[in-house]
Design a protein around this ligand. Structure first.
Ligand SMILES: [Fe+2]
Length: 386
């Protein structure tokens, strides 16, 4: 077997009703908590107040930063970090989807270090130190996997750049995954975050850095997505399917924390940096079909294995033919969950594709793709995806 290593320090509290334990969990890491969320809105139906009450009841003082936004920016992180410092927070609780959890992680770094979070990106010389505040996460979507990863994605609008802090110190110390919190997620968000789960598992599985450990989890996550994502997009109140997707999201997050993502995320991150109105899952969905067609010949057996999870008719087919069929099956799957998008439909201007291609090769993710793309390849993929 291929040698590998696996690391995962996050304690996971999984299951319906486990939100009730959040106060006790937070109290183990600090006594002054900065709660990080998006602005309050009717769809959260008292969730923020409930969490605040649970944490307060555990004897922890709470200050609420409700300024997280989709594709969180350096400015947002700066405001959160100032609030954490003023409040003398000693623990940060990220409650929400990837944006809130990533903001919490970024705040935990910026609040305790000189400069801004942008100075601590994965490739910088200065890196987070043990002064970083402990982070607790409560995930309310089934996507991003951020509750079990060491990544915080941040956008710098002035530089039109989306990049990431990547450090073991920002793994959440504990994460609550309570599928009851996901029951009211709108179908569009369910599909978009659910497709991100697919992408994490798929890219981990085809990633040369994958291991037998991550492969096992990736295939399980993909099998769950194949069955439960269409079910939950159709009926958001399907409790069992919600629970299964929360598990798939967790598995896929554990995968990317160890093997990483590949070309689709490289391009998807560039799209998000250029066009913050495009949700992460939408950006991925728009470019996936072209990337699948570009890649299948390099790792046909892996494509076939994934395709078989989504369509049993591939079971008896072998070799390249099975891989080709898998591309078509996955494209049909996108349609089934209402994610058959194009960059054009997402209002990405055609004349900016060249610049977008250049930006897609800034993050190192593309180098872990089984077929390493050149700038010309990426331009072609983007044109096909428009
Ligand atoms: Fe993602």
């Amino acid at each position: 077997m291929k040698p590998f290593q696996y690391h995962q320090p996050t304690e996971i509290l999984f299951g319906r009703g486990r939100l009730n334990e959040v106060g006790h969990v937070v109290s183990r890491f600090g006594c002054r908590c900065l709660l990080v969320t998006v602005p309050d809105a009717p769809e959260f139906r008292g969730l923020f107040g409930r969490v605040r009450d649970l944490v307060t009841a555990a004897g922890v003082a709470v200050s609420h930063f409700d300024g997280a936004i989709p594709n969180p920016t350096t400015e947002v992180v700066g405001r959160g970090a100032r609030m954490a410092r003023d409040f003398q927070a000693d623990v940060v609780l990220g409650l929400g989807g990837g944006s809130s959890m990533d903001t919490a992680k970024a705040v935990a770094v910026e609040a305790t270090h000189p400069g801004t979070v942008w100075d601590y990106l994965f490739f910088r010389e200065s890196q987070p130190t043990p002064k970083t505040l402990p982070v607790v996460a409560v995930t309310t979507t089934s996507g991003t996997g951020s509750h079990v990863t060491q990544v915080a994605v941040v956008t710098n609008p002035a530089e039109k750049n989306k990049s990431a802090v990547f450090h073991p110190l920002i793994f959440p110390r504990a994460s609550v995954v309570d599928p009851e919190l996901m029951m009211t997620m709108p179908a569009g968000v369910t599909a978009s975050t659910g497709f991100d789960v697919f992408a994490h598992a798929f890219e981990s599985y085809i990633n040369p850095n994958g291991s037998p450990y991550t492969d096992m989890m990736a295939l399980e996550a993909l099998a769950i997505v194949a069955k439960s994502l269409p079910a939950v997009v159709r009926n958001g109140r399907d409790a069992e399917a919600r629970e299964r997707m929360a598990w798939a999201d967790t598995l896929a997050g554990l995968c990317i924390a160890n093997s990483g993502v590949t070309l689709p995320h490289g391009i998807g991150m560039a799209v998000g940096g250029f066009y913050p109105h495009v949700a992460h899952g939408q950006a991925l969905a728009a470019v996936y079909p072209a990337i699948l067609r570009y890649s299948y010949q390099t790792v046909p057996a892996k494509f076939a294995a994934v395709g078989r999870l989504f369509d049993r008719r591939i079971a008896g087919v072998r070799g390249l033919k099975a891989a080709v069929m898998s591309c078509a099956v996955l494209e049909r799957f996108l349609k089934r969950i209402g994610m058959d998008l194009s960059l054009g439909r997402l209002r990405v201007p055609k004349e900016e594709l060249e610049a977008l291609a250049l930006q897609s090769l800034v993050l190192p993710d593309y180098r872990n793709h089984p077929k390493v793309a050149t700038l010309k390849d990426v331009v072609k993929i983007l044109e096909e995806s428009h």
